[in-house]
Write a protein that binds this ligand. Structure first.
Ligand SMILES: CC(C)=CCC/C(C)=C/COP(=O)(O)OP(=O)(O)O
Ligand SMILES: C=C(C)CCOP(=O)(O)OP(=O)(O)O
Length: 292
């Protein structure tokens, strides 16, 4: 099987699991519709794929950790619903569809995000899996730290505070590490934790994911300037519209491309001690040329 086929297989497993997870739930108004509307709207599923694959690389059973991978995607989807709200980036299109609040209204969109965030932790803590409880607690703790005020939420606060102000490169880097990097790192580290990886393995995976997360965000900034809106499934030019300082506004597209290539190389080097890091190296490289 090629790496591309393996990624497709991971993605299909995630899609199947996500499709069944709220099926048959007692409806309370349209809350589950609103949650599923964004959760099942596609998306690259990068974070769950990272979790499954770091688990495999560390010798774990990727099938067994599927609920955790899908839980991370629920949390990511919540962050996108809230990011698009009028009080945040005020975007109309996400994953190729009208944003959640455009369809369900603001109040339901806020609650759909809250519902997904809560379902994420419910999914992990109630997963019917044969894994030591300490690993489950450690994985949930890792995700909670990354998603909260010391991580993604903190990054979003800096992002909003930075609108309309010129930021220095170090400030943009900190903001991006928190807003995007923290969750990508947590997803990768959780796979290693659930597989029972060593401290050294966790540190190496963290280093890989930090480099990858930053490269991913810089590529997103590049695509915001010169991507294809149909392929991206979201409006382009929003950084400029919201007067955000990005790597691209500070360094220009060409330098950013070089930076993405350098970070990708460093990400791959971080995995050199693993016997078979080839899929995760390929994944890092494939994100450099991504169009969505
Ligand atoms: C707590 C919250 C709401 C966190 C949001 C986190 C996040 C990564 C948003 C998208 O970033 P972006 O605005 O740079 O990307 P996009 O262009 O996809 O909106
Ligand atoms: C961190 C950023 C740039 C927000 C979007 O994340 P993705 O680009 O992973 O979005 P989906 O594929 O999940 O929709």
């Amino acid at each position: 099987m090629t790496h591309a086929e393996r990624m497709q297989q991971d993605r299909e497993q995630v899609e199947r699991w996500l499709r069944q997870c709220f099926a048959g739930r007692e409806p309370h108004g349209d809350i589950y519709d609103a949650m599923e509307y964004s959760l099942l709207a596609g998306g690259k599923r990068l974070r769950p794929i990272l979790l499954l694959e770091t688990c495999r690389m560390c010798g774990g059973d990727a099938e067994a950790v599927l609920p955790f991978a899908c839980a991370v995607e629920m949390l990511h989807t919540y962050s996108l619903i809230h990011d698009d709200l009028p009080c945040m980036d005020n975007d109309d299109l996400r994953r190729g569809r009208p944003t959640n609040h455009k369809v369900y209204g603001e109040a339901t969109a806020v609650l759909a995000g809250d519902g997904l965030l809560t379902a994420c932790f419910e999914t992990m803590l109630e997963a019917q899996v044969d894994l030591p409880a300490e690993r489950i607690v450690a994985a949930a703790g890792c995700l909670a730290r990354a998603a909260g005020a010391r991580g993604m939420v903190g990054g979003q606060v800096l992002d909003m505070a930075g609108e309309g102000h010129a930021l220095a490169l170090a400030e943009v880097e900190e903001l991006q590490q928190l807003k995007t990097g923290a969750l990508i790192s947590a997803a990768a580290e959780m796979g290693c934790i659930l597989a029972g990886g060593s401290e050294e393995q966790r540190a190496a995976v963290r280093r890989y994911a930090q480099k990858l997360g930053l490269a991913f965000q810089i590529q997103d900034d590049i695509l915001d300037v010169e991507g294809d809106e149909t392929l991206m499934g979201k409006p382009l030019g929003s950084d400029q519209e919201n007067e955000k300082t990005t790597f691209v506004t500070l360094k220009g597209v060409e330098t950013c491309r070089e930076l993405v290539a350098k970070l990708t190389q460093e990400a791959m080097e971080a995995l050199s001690a693993f016997p078979d890091p080839s899929f995760l190296c390929w994944l890092a490289e494939s994100l450099v040329g991504r169009k969505n």
